[in-house]
Ligand binder design. Structure first.
Ligand SMILES: Cc1cc2nc3c(=O)[nH]c(=O)nc-3n(C[C@H](O)[C@H](O)[C@H](O)COP(=O)(O)OP(=O)(O)OC[C@H]3O[C@@H](n4cnc5c(N)ncnc54)[C@H](O)[C@@H]3O)c2cc1C
Length: 374
């Protein structure tokens, strides 16, 4: 059996960021993923500038061979009423394609990669975690997304009365005819809130790629909501009428509602495995990256990997994202004070949609990028 300092399960943004930080500090890490890369991930592919800054991504280098859509405006509305369009005056966010972005982050990792390898067994013997009976380490990190096998190991995971966000999305490259017919613009993502305020849909053009989706905190009639939205967008010319492919679905947790334990003896959860996505927007890449950087710092400073030594991770997550028990806001759902009929008027207000919906709820502009020297 091969022995490592740490084993990271999942090579998405959380897993690759943590592995990169640990290897930079001289740790011998194994990163495992069930798929080979590049791989697709169901996602709108919208990242805030804080993500690129924390990762030290050279924007000009990145966009040389990959899609990086600059965003400077947003089109926002409630379904069934006219939207408003706000110009932020400069680039406030970016669109990426997950198949490119995740592969780029993993390419920067020099550690041993065991791809195309599902984690099937996790046991612990004499303080060492053993994975698939082949690799062992005193520290195991769960970065395997919502269905992470490490989360199940510490009593967390799907089926534990968790309230999940259910979302469906399609991304495809437009033909010249589709691109011409599509009125959605690259620099202006569109956010459309459901009439019952329990979720929102998006139309997100990234260069020649188009991403359309809808997420709701309850799974109730997700497909019906999506079909009605798509029909409406086709009729108004926002999207081409001949969409190829199938919408793919995925579930994940929002921070304010997740109840997953974040750690135990010799084990930590990061990213979606820990249920960290922002409650109001569902943005999960930034919390995935930031939790990985926080975890790396705690791991490197811990005297050992006992639960009490790793407890600092849980404290720092609360300091950064707030205390879960105190979070009263419903996910993918606007706060209680914003209810019909006032919601319809507020969603027509340029001030409200720009200052509150985009700059506060979606861009988190008041929270500076995490810059941890690890
Ligand atoms: C429809 C939709 C749209 C979204 N849009 C956005 C958006 O625009 N912006 C944003 O910031 N967030 C968005 N999110 C959330 C975002 O996709 C996640 O929060 C983010 O991917 C979390 O990263 P991660 O590294 O924790 O997990 P993941 O990216 O899910 O990576 C987990 C990895 O673990 C691997 N894995 C899983 N199980 C095993 C196993 N048994 N063995 C080995 N490997 C395993 C998987 O193959 C995967 O590569 C969206 C989510 C959905 C569903």
């Amino acid at each position: 059996m091969e022995t490592f300092d740490a084993i990271v399960v999942g090579a998405g943004p959380a897993g690759s960021t943590l592995t990169h930080a640990l290897e930079n500090a001289g740790k011998n890490v194994l990163i495992i993923d069930k798929t080979s890369f590049p791989r697709d991930k169901t996602c709108a592919g919208w990242v805030t500038p804080a993500v690129l800054e924390s990762l030290h991504v050279d924007i000009n280098d990145y966009r040389q061979h990959r899609t990086l859509q600059s965003i400077s405006r947003f089109r926002i509305g409630m379904m069934g009423q006219s939207p408003v369009e706000n110009c932020h005056g400069s680039v406030v966010s970016y669109g990426i394609r997950r198949c490119e972005f995740d592969a780029y982050l993993l390419d920067r990792v020099q550690s041993r990669k065991q791809l195309n390898t599902p984690v099937k067994s996790i046991t612990r013997d004499n303080g060492l975690w053993q994975i698939n009976g082949q690799w062992q380490a005193p520290l195991l990190v769960g970065a395997g997304g919502h269905f992470c096998p490490v989360a199940k190991q510490i009593g967390a995971g799907p089926g534990k009365h968790e309230t999940v966000v259910a979302a469906k999305e399609v991304e495809f490259e437009m033909t010249p005819a589709q691109a011409k017919a599509c009125e959605a613009r690259g620099d202006t993502p569109e956010l459309w809130f459901c009439r019952d305020l329990k979720g929102y849909a998006w139309v997100f053009r990234k260069g020649n790629f188009l991403n359309i989706g809808l997420g709701r905190e309850d799974n109730h009639q997700l497909t019906e909501h999506l079909e009605a939205f798509v029909q409406d967008m086709k009729q108004s010319g926002r999207i081409p009428s001949d969409l190829p492919g199938r919408f793919k679905g995925h579930a994940y947790l929002l921070y304010g509602h997740a109840q997953r334990p974040l750690l135990d003896d010799g084990v930590l959860l990061i990213g979606d495995a820990a249920g960290l996505a922002y409650t109001q927007s569902g943005e999960g890449i930034r919390p995935a990256i930031e939790s990985a950087l926080i975890a790396a710092k705690v791991i490197l400073n811990a005297p050992d990997y006992s639960a009490s030594s790793l407890q600092r991770y849980s404290e720092q997550i609360s300091e950064r994202f707030g205390h879960r028990a105190a979070e009263q806001e419903r996910g993918f759902e606007v706060p209680d004070w914003l209810k019909q009929p006032i919601a319809s008027s507020l969603m027509r207000s340029h001030w409200f949609t720009q200052k509150v919906v985009t700059e506060k709820w979606f861009l988190h502009q008041e929270i500076p990028p995490l810059d941890l020297a690890v």
